[in-house]
Design a protein around this ligand. Structure first.
Ligand code: ADP
Length: 201
């Protein structure tokens, strides 16, 4: 089964593009961030590893991770971020393998790995092609603030940690620009499917 990576910066439209592929072409969506969040919340072994690596002060009396404080602590430091990723990524990879099987069992036509950090985590090696959804910083900012009900500074901080868009585009097999409206995006995804995907499935 064909594995397509869909990546791009925050608020670029990855989830929207993936949704179009699922609804129109029977794709299976693997949303890496959601799966990672679930793993972090539920995997006891991983929680133990977090405690040993970062200390138990990030857990409340019920054993739940204090996500906000933990995220602030980890993502403010490159080495801590690298360590966290080295603990979480193998588990997400395992989950992706299970989901891939599920996609096959369900008779889906292809598998979409939707993740902001495909290139940063080297996941492209396990995929057949990677599509980058690209958008101007202005639109990404505006749309993310609206979607997440958050502030400009907070989104800018998240953006500053991303791989620059030009680098992602250079590594990508395909690029879809998403600076127009929803209808334009839908047409671009349809064209992409017809031209580059359909014959490979
Ligand atoms: P990502 O998954 O890359 O973070 P989303 O697909 O969630 O991005 O899109 C970010 C926000 O922008 C969402 O609220 C989405 O509905 C909106 N959006 C996406 N594409 C467009 C578009 N072409 N025009 C207007 N809003 C859009």
């Amino acid at each position: 089964m064909f594995k397509l990576g869909v990546t791009g910066g925050i608020g670029s439209g990855k989830s929207t593009v993936t949704k179009i592929l699922v609804e129109n072409y029977n794709a299976y969506e693997f949303e890496a961030d959601i799966v990672a969040k679930k793993i972090v919340a539920e995997n006891e072994q991983l929680k133990e590893e977090f405690k040993q690596t970062f200390g138990s002060r990030f857990f409340d009396e019920l054993g739940n991770l204090k996500r906000r404080e933990f995220a602030e602590f980890v993502f403010s430091d490159k080495e801590r971020t690298r360590k966290l990723n080295s603990l979480v990524h193998p588990k997400v990879k395992e989950a992706a393998t299970e989901h891939f099987q599920k996609a096959k069992d369900e008779g889906r036509s292809f598998f979409v790995h939707n993740a902001p950090l495909i290139f940063e985590a080297g996941i492209e090696k396990q995929l057949d092609a990677v599509l980058v959804v690209a958008v101007s910083e202005e639109n990404a900012l505006k749309r993310t603030i609206e979607r997440d009900k958050t502030t400009e500074n907070e989104v800018k901080l998240r953006m500053s940690k991303q791989m620059p868009l030009a680098e992602k585009i250079a590594k990508a097999d395909f690029v879809i620009w998403n600076d127009g409206g929803f209808e334009k995006l839908k047409t671009a995804v349809e064209n992409f499917y017809e031209k580059h995907l359909k014959d490979k499935l």
